[in-house]
Design a protein. Structure first.
Length: 664
């Protein structure tokens, strides 16, 4: 059971109304004031001079709410045509959006063109494209593997009239995608040798991963007009914003980007468009520096304390975006004195901002020592985003963080972190979340005017005789400054243990290498290929053999020599050079038929064989890859007589049709 010490509950309830609403509707406050007036409390006491308002979920609430997650974390992994899809924001180095905005067939359906918008703002780069689990294209090497010769890619990190891609009269130069990042994919649907050779002959993959570097960010640390900053970046000049492998993946600076918004032709395209004067830029400098701190890892080396990478859309509510970014850096975001402020929780307890004692506490107080069981949990688990080539940005479980349950019943808090691409970072965040639950005491009271020294989230110490406390550590969870000089507060218990981390992470589940699909093994494709190959083989012929096959008496038998020659196939199959060879041990004065098998129709070195049965030398259902070469009547002993040449019947898999010098 939760242990709660209440003193003058009615008065405490009044304070709770103020703290909880933080400037809620006038109607609600008016009704509350009317009710409290009958208890001797004036409505004037409910009017605050200033209040620190939390924006989004609070991480030091009784039971912190898990952040809502954007569906774009999953949607981006499959390309789709949706004319009503909202604009996308891409932060960090990650899988970008895959919104198909236009497509068209050209050249008698030989090519399919697709225009895929990856972000509704300028990005740093578009680096790789994967189809299903296969790397299809890189910015440095072009089309890869089986896609070479069948895939052409053009990228635009910021579309404009100057770099528009014109593929047809219908499209012209009107598809400019001004201000957007996009790729143009040209798929060759037919084969270069056989129509079914193209990896896109059956279908175009919908599972597409476009890996790249997203938004360029504004870093107030590089702005000399901001206290503590130095440099030429300016919040009101997007041309000065830049990509940096650290800064652009810093969640504090990503949140600042979202607040400022991104403009295309001076019109707000994505983000909130909040004036910089309404933002406490110094707090973002402090938060960004904390995110950059290096943390030692159990496997060796270090990594930045907090990084975030992912995709949002304009359909995501501002609290969804803000909470997801806050969760990735264990932060609080509030409005203090009319300015938006970011605070990243860290161990700043060594030097509390202020000290209070019994004399500073006015009147009633409430001490809630232990949260109720339904407000606690002993296991934190969830997912992070695995950026490895095996997982390709799919959600993967991070190792859960757990403590023994006080009553033997496990209570689980699901804490998903789709903006986090590091398993160790996910575990650090989960541990802090669970550890804070172990210090769940909440103290509600009203400080005298000395309370004006503190701010929301400030660490303080309190010596309070009624409860026997001496310099007990708290953090200010909620507060307001009233016009009568008093400061109602809600204090949350604090401890350095919440922030302790000693290379404790466990290795996450490793994504297994995918089993890729080979379209060439599709029975339909194989059937088409085999039928086409059979037709080409049945009607093929040799070139360069007529009069060039020789034989000689080897003393006790006959040796036949076949020269290198050309096999000419019909249809889309190319002619092949076939390496010559010798056949030994043949009987004198015997009729032989020479043949070889070549299932791949590749030519080159083959194994020549002979038979005296005509049906065994010709192409047939029993011998589907048989290539007939020639008939030979071997010489008599002493080398006299004998003949070579002859032809098989049409459809037998080859006869000499050499038109002379026309075919080498």
């Amino acid at each position: 059971m939760a242990k709660v010490l209440k003193v003058a509950a009615l008065a405490v309830g009044a304070a709770a109304v103020i703290v909880a609403t933080g400037g809620a509707g006038i109607g609600f406050l008016g009704a509350a004031a009317a009710g409290l007036a009958t208890a001797g409390l004036s409505a004037g006491l409910l009017i605050a001079a200033s209040t620190a308002l939390s924006i989004g979920a609070s991480l030091i609430a009784k039971k912190p709410q898990a952040p809502r997650n954007s569906p774009e974390a999953i949607n981006r992994l499959n390309a789709s045509i949706d004319p009503r899809t909202p604009r996308k924001i891409v932060f960090g180095q990650t899988a970008m959006a895959t919104d198909i905005r236009d497509q068209e067939y050209t050249d008698n359906q030989t090519y399919l063109h697709r225009f895929i918008v990856t972000a509704s703002h300028a990005v740093q780069s578009i680096d790789e494209i994967w189809f299903d689990e296969k790397l299809a294209w890189t910015s440095g090497g072009g089309a890869q593997g089986e896609f070479a010769g069948y895939l052409d890619v053009a990228t635009r990190t910021e579309g404009s009239a100057v770099n528009a891609i014109n593929i047809s009269a219908r499209m012209g130069s009107t598809r400019r995608y001004t201000g957007l990042a996009y790729v143009h994919l040209r798929f060759k649907l037919t084969g270069n040798t056989k129509r079914t050779d193209s990896p896109f002959a059956q279908s175009i993959p919908s599972r597409i991963t476009i890996r790249g570097k997203g938004a360029k960010v504004y870093d107030p640390r590089l702005d000399s007009t901001v206290p503590g900053g130095s440099g030429s970046q300016r919040a009101d000049d997007q041309s000065t914003w830049a990509w940096d492998d650290d800064a652009a993946r810093n969640p504090a600076l990503q949140l600042l980007w979202y607040l400022l918004g991104w403009r295309i032709n001076d019109k707000l395209a994505v983000g909130l468009g909040i004036p910089q004067e309404r933002i406490d830029l110094e707090s973002f400098i402090a938060a960004a520096n904390l995110c950059d701190d290096e943390i030692s890892l159990a496997a060796g080396g270090t990594e930045p304390r907090y990084r975030s990478d992912g995709v949002f859309s304009e359909a995501d509510s501002p609290p969804t975006v803000i909470d997801a970014l806050k969760a990735s850096m264990y932060a609080d975001f509030d409005d203090v004195g009319g300015k938006l402020r970011l605070f990243v929780f860290y161990n700043d307890l060594a030097v509390p901002q202020a000290s209070f004692d019994t004399g500073n506490v006015l009147g009633e107080f409430e001490w809630r020592q232990t949260p109720a069981l339904d407000e606690t949990f002993n296991i934190v688990r969830g997912i992070f985003t695995d950026p490895s080539d095996n997982a390709l940005y799919q959600p993967v479980d991070y190792p859960q963080i757990e403590l023994d349950s006080v009553d033997g019943i496990d209570r689980i808090d699901t804490f998903d972190l789709p903006m986090v691409q590091s398993a160790s970072q996910a575990q650090r965040l989960a541990k802090q979340r669970l550890q804070r639950q172990q210090f769940g005491g909440a103290f509600t009271c009203t400080f005298d005017a000395t309370g004006w020294r503190i701010r929301k989230n400030s660490p303080i110490e309190l010596s309070f005789a009624p409860l026997g406390w001496v310099d007990k550590l708290f953090r200010v969870a909620e507060m307001e400054h009233r016009v009568d000089g008093t400061v109602p507060v809600v204090l949350r218990e604090e401890s350095p243990l919440i922030y302790a981390w000693d290379e404790e992470e466990q290795p996450p589940v490793q994504a297994a290498p995918p089993s890729t699909y080979d379209f060439g093994k599709n029975p339909i494709v194989q059937g088409i290929d085999e039928n086409a190959a059979a037709g080409a083989l049945a009607n093929s012929y040799t070139a360069g053999l007529a009069g060039n096959i020789t034989q000689a008496d080897a003393g006790s038998d006959v040796t036949v020599t076949i020269p290198t020659h050309t096999r000419v196939y019909t249809g889309a199959f190319p002619q092949r050079s076939v390496t010559g060879g010798t056949i030994t041990g043949l009987d004198y004065e015997t009729d032989y038929l020479i043949y070889y098998d070549d299932p791949e129709l590749d030519g080159g070195a083959v194994t020549y064989q002979t038979t005296t049965i005509a049906a065994d030398a010709y192409f047939s259902s029993d011998h589907p890859w048989r290539h007939f070469v020639a008939r030979v009547t071997t010489v008599a002993a002493g080398g006299t007589g004998g003949s070579t040449g002859g032809s098989g019947p049409p459809g037998s898999g080859g006869w000499d049709g050499d038109p002379g010098t026309q075919i080498p």
